[in-house]
Design a protein around this ligand. Structure first.
Ligand SMILES: [Fe+2]
Ligand SMILES: [Fe+2]
Length: 199
């Protein structure tokens, strides 16, 4: 399927605002992909489809997750904002017959991040933060960071997510903690010499 066909698929499922957001994320993802060497076509697809299930009412999301056999952990059950990503990835596979693991994973982890994020994971995670429709305080700084250094910008995004959840006294998904710790332990994404290894 091409972009226009995916746009037609998501249009009836999303509010006007969310549809516009998806178009903007897709564009931002293509730009980042070109800049950092990811596949622009995959970035475009992941971007346009990443929030496909976000406007489905929560009880319907739960229903569909049950139908698809998605089991929620305690943290996931307590964090409805994560559901659309988990559900979205399975929806893309089952209903749109997308089999590309990179695209499915980028959608699956676009909210939480995860340990060992792929290039496409990072592209979508970041595109969702810096898309043209975003106007939260600090977005300009993050756009600049994304233009300069992808790893640092992803770290900014993860730190924002962790701080935001902690400030709201909300649970933090283990995938986010793992992604954050990995980024904090390996600044700039470069593996440094491992020290303190017991032999
Ligand atoms: Fe999302
Ligand atoms: Fe989004």
């Amino acid at each position: 399927m091409i972009l226009e066909e995916y746009e037609a698929v998501i249009k009836p499922l999303l509010s006007e605002k969310r549809y516009y957001h998806s178009v903007c994320v897709s564009k931002a993802a293509v730009e980042l992909a070109k800049k950092y060497g990811a596949d622009p076509a995959k970035a475009e697809t992941a971007g346009i489809l990443h929030d496909i299930m976000k406007d489905l009412p929560q009880e319907k999301q739960l229903e569909k997750m049950k139908e698809y056999g998605i089991c929620l952990t305690e943290v996931e059950r307590a964090a409805p904002k994560l559901w659309h990503a988990m559900l979205g990835a399975v929806y893309l596979q089952k209903e749109l017959h997308i089999e590309d693991r990179e695209i499915l994973d980028a959608v699956r982890y676009h909210t939480t991040g995860r340990r060992d994020m792929t290039l496409l994971d990072r592209v979508l995670f970041l595109a969702d933060f810096i898309s043209a429709d975003r106007d939260y305080p600090g977005v300009e700084e993050l756009r600049k960071a994304a233009d300069k250094n992808m790893e640092e910008a992803v770290m900014e995004g993860l730190a924002y997510t962790v701080a935001d959840l902690a400030n709201g006294k909300k649970p933090i998904h283990p995938d986010t903690i793992e992604a954050y710790n990995q980024a904090a332990l390996i600044p700039g994404g470069k593996d440094t010499e491992k020290e303190g290894c017991c032999r």
